[in-house]
Write a protein that binds this ligand. Sequence first.
Ligand SMILES: Cc1cc2nc3c(=O)[nH]c(=O)nc-3n(C[C@H](O)[C@H](O)[C@H](O)COP(=O)(O)OP(=O)(O)OC[C@H]3O[C@@H](n4cnc5c(N)ncnc54)[C@H](O)[C@@H]3O)c2cc1C
Length: 496
Amino acid sequence: MASDHVDVLIVGAGLSGVGAAVHLQRECPGKTYAVLEARGAIGGTWDLFRYPGIRSDSDMYTLGYSFKPWTNPKAIADGDAIREYVRETAREYGVEEHIRFHHRVVRAEWDSATARWTVHAHRDDTGEDIVLTCAFLFTCSGYYRYDEGYTPEFPGVQRYAGRLVHPQHWPEDLDYAGKRVVVIGSGATAVTLVPAMAERAGHVTMLQRSPTYVISLPSRDAIADALRRRLPAKAAYAVVRWKNVALGVANFQLSRRAPGLVKKFLRRAAKGQLPVGYDLDRHFSPRYNPWDQRLCVVPDGDLFRAVSEGRAAVVTDTIDTFTEHGIRLTSGTELPADIVVTATGLNLLALGGMTVAVDGAEVDLASTVAYKGMMLSGVPNFAMTIGYTNASWTLKADLVATYVCRLLRHLDATGQQVVTPLAPDTGDLEPIIDLKSGYVLRAVHQLPKQGPKSPWRLRQNYPRDVLMMRHGRLADEGVRFSRAGAPVPESPAPVA
Ligand SMILES: Cc1cc2nc3c(=O)[nH]c(=O)nc-3n(C[C@H](O)[C@H](O)[C@H](O)COP(=O)(O)OP(=O)(O)OC[C@H]3O[C@@H](n4cnc5c(N)ncnc54)[C@H](O)[C@@H]3O)c2cc1C
C-alpha cells in the first residue's frame, strides 16, 4: 500500500482534468497536486472514442481552453486533433509528470478533524490498492461510464448473424467497405457515423425511432481564418471565442423564447439540402422544441449530402425484431445488414463511480444540491466539473477550475482550511440536467439537484457565469468557510 499527500487531487486526465491542472499551476503556483487517471492515456473521451468520423460537434474556439489558442483551421475538429491538443497541453505545461495512470478512484472519505480527504484508488494494471490524502478533491471524471455504452434490449438480437458494434468500443479490424450497414440512433454519434461510413460502405441506413434537429455548419470559420491572418494567435482566438459564445447564447435564447421561429428556420435549412419531395416531416422534424435536446451539428452538410447522393438513407420506424440477416421494422419493412451499429448512447455516471463519505456518513448524491454547478451541499473541499449542455463543455470547465483556484487562495488568505456549500432553504429542487434526452432521463434521479435561485441554479449562460465565477463574491449565502476541526455546517431546514 503506497501513501501520499497533495494539496489538490484531480481525478481524470481528460480535457477537464488537464485544463484544471494548468489553471492550478498558473493561478495557485505554490500548491502541490496529482492527477489520478483510471486509463493508461491522456484525453478521456477523445482517446476512448475511435469510430469513423469521430469529431466535435461544437466549435473548437469554445471547446478549446481559454489559455491555449486552437490554431488548427478546422473549427469542427476530428477526434485525433482534439486528442493531440489535450496531450500537447499536458506536455507543454508539464502536467504529464503529475499524472498517475491506471489509478481508478473508488472511494473518498472526508475527515473534519484533520480537514483532509483520504482517497482510495485501485490499479487495474497491478491489482494494487493505493491510498492518498489531499486537502481538496477536484473530480474531472466526465459524465458517463467508460466500460459500457448503452444498448437497449433488442428483440431477437441473439439470432442476428452479422456484426453488432457499439461506437464506444469500435473494433479496430472492422472492415465495412462495400457492406450494408444499419446505424441505430439519431444523436450526435449517429449523424457523424452515417456520412463517414457511407464513404466506403455499400450503403448506410440511419434507423431512428424519432427525428432530431440537424443543422449544417461550415467546418471552417471564415471570420476566424481572416482574423488569424491579421491578429496574433491569442487575440484572434479570444475574439472568435467571444463571437461564438455570443452566437451560441443568442441561438439558445431565441430557441427558448421563439421555438416556432427556430423550428421553421431549421426546417427550411434542412429542406434546402435535401432532394425535392424528400419526406422532411417524417425524418427531420422532431416533436420536441429545439434545445429540449442538444441540436446535432453536421459539418458542411455531410449527412444531407450522403442522403441526397443515395449513399445513405434515413428510416424513421421502430424495431419489431432482429432477424438472422438484419432488422424487421414494425411497418413490416426488412432492413438487410451485414453490420449493425448501435449508436444508442451512453450510461451516465456521476463522479466516475466513486463513493463518498463525510465524517463517516455516506453521501447520497441524489440528496445533495449543486452549488454553482460545481460543488455539493454538505461536502467540504470538493469540486466537480460538469460542462454546459447548451454550449461547449470547456467554457464551464475553465470557469470551474478558476473558481477552485480563487477558493484556495481565499482559504490561504483568511487562514481557514475548509469551504462547505449549504443546501438552499427551500425544497423546490430540480434535476441538475434539464435536457430530455434518453440518456439523461434514465439516470437523472441518481444525480445531485439544482435549487430555484442563484447560487444553486444552473443558468447555462456563459457570460453570466463569467461574472459569477471570475468576479463574483466567494463568501455568499450558499457557503461556509471554517477551520480544521470544526464540524460540517448544517444546511437550513428546507421550507417547501
Ligand atoms: C462522442 C462524444 C462527443 C462529444 N462531443 C462534444 C463536443 O463537440 N462539444 C462538447 O462540448 N462536448 C462534447 N462531448 C462531451 C465531452 O465529454 C466533453 O467535451 C469533454 O471531453 C469532457 O471532458 P472531461 O475531461 O470532463 O471528461 P472525459 O473526457 O470523460 O474524461 C474523464 C477522464 O476521467 C477518467 N476517470 C473517470 N472516472 C475515473 C475514476 N473513478 N478514477 C480515475 N479516473 C477516472 C476517465 O478515464 C477519463 O480519462 C462529447 C462526448 C462524447 C462522448
